[in-house]
Ligand binder design. Structure first.
Ligand code: NAD
Length: 294
């Protein structure tokens, strides 16, 4: 079954307000640029890191962009009351948010056996609860507005299979997959579409962001990435965030479930699904056994 392109809640983004978490860098900044410059959306960039915010502000202050409707605010998406305040501020300045891009995320490769609670909390609080906080903040407002909308969550290829030393990240990104599918089922009746972006490598600042950990999650053994040079090479050869954002907007306008423009992973994902099916198929002639156990 190809779960894609059902109803299309939003026909265009012109004049719509988009809220992009992690919008001052990488994937999120690419989305902000494309939304504002190519789709006529009003864009709110919400990010935690002051240096990234300054860089994004400088970009949008340039003479040819300074009239674009872009607001940049500092927000820690793990702070629920700050999130609600940001939503109020944005609504009064720009109008109601109809596009929520839950894009902010962090990834520090800490092997599970060395992970602290702060390691777990940081990844889950930003990557999963950051998205949940976005949904909790904006979904009731979208429903009340009654004009449809779209929620776009950022997963990862690691929403589909785990790589070594990625328990923290994979746990959060598998959960994003569940959140996305479940919301999609429930929100169609409100004309709110839900899509998940599944990037492989993207050329972003994520390795540096992993070193800019907030004080409240500071207890960790992590001091740098194993194989950093190789990881930097992989990211540097990854997709340009603006290209990914262009593909993303097309996917959102089609209301695709997964926006997954990395055909190089076809075999690996197929293999992963085969493995799951094999486990399930083992039981196909065992209805009696299952009934007996029950
Ligand atoms: N770069 C890749 O190869 C890749 C691959 C798959 C998925 N992703 C996903 O893409 C998303 C964006 O990552 P990126 O690669 O652009 O990295 P990035 O570090 O360039 O951008 C992430 C942004 O999120 C912000 N952020 C972090 N914690 C925050 C918080 N608590 N509140 C608000 N903002 C916060 C950071 O300041 C940063 O500006 C993440 O969800 C990541 O998991 C990236």
């Amino acid at each position: 079954m190809r779960e894609t392109s059902k109803e299309v809640p939003l026909q265009n983004f012109d004049g719509k307000v988009a809220f992009v978490t992690g919008g001052a860098s990488g994937v999120g900044l690419g989305q902000a640029k494309v939304l504002a410059e190519e789709y006529g959306a009003k864009v709110v960039i919400a990010d935690i890191l002051p240096n990234r915010i300054d860089e994004a502000a400088a970009y949008f202050r340039s003479p040819d962009r300074k009239d674009l409707p872009v607001r940049i605010l500092q927000l820690d998406i793990t702070d629920r009351s700050a999130f609600a305040n940001a939503a109020d501020e944005v609504e009064s300045a720009f109008g109601p948010v109809q596009l929520l891009f839950n894009t902010a995320g962090v990834s520090a490769r800490v092997p599970a056996e060395k992970a602290t609670y702060d390691d777990w909390d940081w990844h889950l609080q930003v990557n999963l609860f950051g998205a949940i906080n976005g949904v909790q903040t904006f979904l009731p407002r979208m429903i009340e507005l009654g004009e449809g909308g779209h929620i776009i969550n950022t997963g990862s290829i690691q929403s589909f299979f785990a790589l070594p030393t990625t328990a923290l990240y994979s746990t959060s990104k598998f959960a994003i997959r569940g959140l996305t599918e479940a919301l999609r089922v429930d929100l169609a009746k409100y004309d709110i579409g839900v899509s998940g972006i599944i990037p492989g490598a993207v050329h972003t600042n994520s390795l540096d962001t992993a070193l800019a950990r907030p004080e409240k999650f500071k207890n960790t053994t992590f001091s740098g990435h194993d194989g950093e040079t190789a990881l930097r090479k992989i990211l540097a050869s990854g997709m340009d965030p603006v290209d990914l954002a262009r593909i993303t907007m097309q996917g959102v306008l089609r209301n695709d479930l997964w926006i997954f423009p990395y055909p190089q992973f076809i075999e690996q994902v197929e293999e992963r699904h085969r493995l799951v099916m094999n486990e399930l198929m083992k039981w196909q002639d065992s209805v009696e056994t299952v009934d007996t156990i029950r």
